[in-house]
Design a binder for this molecule. Structure first.
Ligand code: HEM
Length: 395
């Protein structure tokens, strides 16, 4: 058994780069081997898996768990950005094993492909209303400031049954989650609890009410509110970041092409099959790493011994973009028991916005050259987001 090589690069640093510039850490980590050590932002080491087959092993390994109760003892849960331990706050993102399976069974029927497909016309309506509202003001609009956060939050609130006049509150709550100040984060969590309570009020008929009926009876109101918070926040954070890259590629795709008709047909085919969406997600996965996992006992992975309580991440972006990967689907939405609950919903949302933009706003154009678009990686395990996406909607 040997020790994993240590990365000389910080994969969790804040970065600002051009839209086409790859984050330097992923290729560097991959070059070091299938499992690599790096300095963890909360102290000590983290083991990062860069190989597809080993990633699948990690994502299904019974001895590698999500419960923050197994985090390194020296980690401060707040600065490490950890959720409460599963015993205090059961959640899809922190439970493991049978308890996790039970909670998945409660969620699964609400987010199936068929269920989401039935809802797709509503998603399109929301996209159309929001873009039409922006177009009415005329001139240049910044989709990252005025649309990317509001659209996925409007969809997820509508789906869950949170009244849509609460979307502004949801936007504020999501933005406060980025704060380093624990009081601000506490205020955000209180706002999320209010949104959840509003969705559960008598007379509401969204998925929140259905979910409450399906989860184990012993869950308290506050615990059900936390489950709804997870859906709202996970639904915003990821789709918000993906939207900017996707729409930038769509708007750039047929610009200045000599053979516009052909370019238009090519992109239409790729949109129809969902390929364009998956391709943007492959290159810019909103979750470049999985969420934190920890070894529950001493284990061995690819000949490397990991002591109990070792933090483990899978490098989703590195594996997605590995030129040497010969098989297997992308890991954009994870794999195994914690595979993304909202994968169908997210792909429908992204597909809907591309359709609405192209069909209802055929004159939409980037207001700056594509190459000038910048992305910022906020650091830690979070993904990158465009700093701005200025466009004119009516051409
Ligand atoms: C493009 C958009 C999205 C991406 C790329 C994405 C990505 C992911 C990934 C990689 C995981 C697994 C994390 C891990 O194993 O550590 C995950 C889990 C999850 N996602 Fe998403 N997600 C997206 C949209 C959504 C939406 C719209 C929702 C809301 C309905 C959502 C809800 C969740 C939940 C609840 C989990 C936890 C599942 C579990 O642990 O059992 N996601 N997502």
């Amino acid at each position: 058994m040997f020790n994993a090589p240590h990365a000389g690069i910080d994969p969790f640093a804040v970065t600002v780069r051009g839209i086409g510039e790859a984050h330097p850490a992923h290729a560097a980590l991959r070059a070091l081997g299938p499992i690599v050590r790096a300095d963890a932002p909360a102290g000590g080491q983290v083991w990062i898996v860069t190989d597809y087959a080993l990633a699948r092993e990690v994502l299904t390994h019974p001895g590698i768990v999500k419960d923050p109760a197994y985090a390194p003892v020296e980690w401060d849960p707040r600065t490490a950005g950890l959720e409460p331990a599963a015993a205090a706050q059961p959640s899809l993102t922190t439970l493991d094993g049978a308890a996790h399976e039970a909670l998945r069974r409660a969620h699964a029927p609400l987010f199936t492909a068929r269920r989401m497909h039935d809802y797709s016309a509503r998603i399109t309506t929301i996209a159309r209303e929001l873009l039409t509202g922006l177009a009415a003001a005329g001139g240049t609009v910044d989709l990252m400031a005025d649309f990317a956060t509001r659209f996925p939050l409007s969809v997820v609130c509508d789906l869950l049954g949170v009244p849509l006049d609460r979307v502004d509150q949801a936007i504020v709550a999501c933005r406060r989650m980025y704060s380093d100040n624990p009081e601000e984060v506490g205020m955000a969590m209180a706002m999320f609890a209010e949104l959840a309570a509003a969705a559960l009020q008598g007379g509401r008929d969204g998925l929140a009410v259905e979910l409450r009926e399906r989860v184990p009876d012993e869950l308290t109101d506050a615990q059900v509110h936390y489950l709804l918070f997870t859906l709202i926040y996970a639904g915003q954070l990821t789709t918000d970041a993906a939207l900017g890259f996707l729409l930038a590629y769509v708007l750039d795709a047929d610009r200045d092409r000599a053979d516009r008709d052909r370019a238009d047909r090519d992109i239409s085919d790729r949109i129809a099959t969902g390929e364009l969406v998956l391709d943007a997600l492959r290159r810019h996965p909103p979750a470049p790493f999985t969420l934190w996992r920890f070894t529950a006992t001493d284990i061995e992975l690819a000949g490397v011994r990991l002591p109990a309580r070792s933090p483990v991440l899978v490098d989703i972006q590195g594996i997605n973009t590995d030129p040497g990967r010969s098989s297997g689907p992308d890991l954009t939405f994870g794999a195994g028991p914690h595979y993304c609950t909202g994968a169908q919903l997210a792909q429908l949302e992204l597909g809907a916005i591309v359709d609405v933009l192209r069909n209802d706003f055929p004159g939409a154009r980037l207001a700056v050259p594509f190459a000038e678009l910048r992305q910022v990686g906020v650091g830690g395990i979070q993904g990158s987001r465009l700093t701005a996406l200025p466009i004119t909607l009516r051409g």
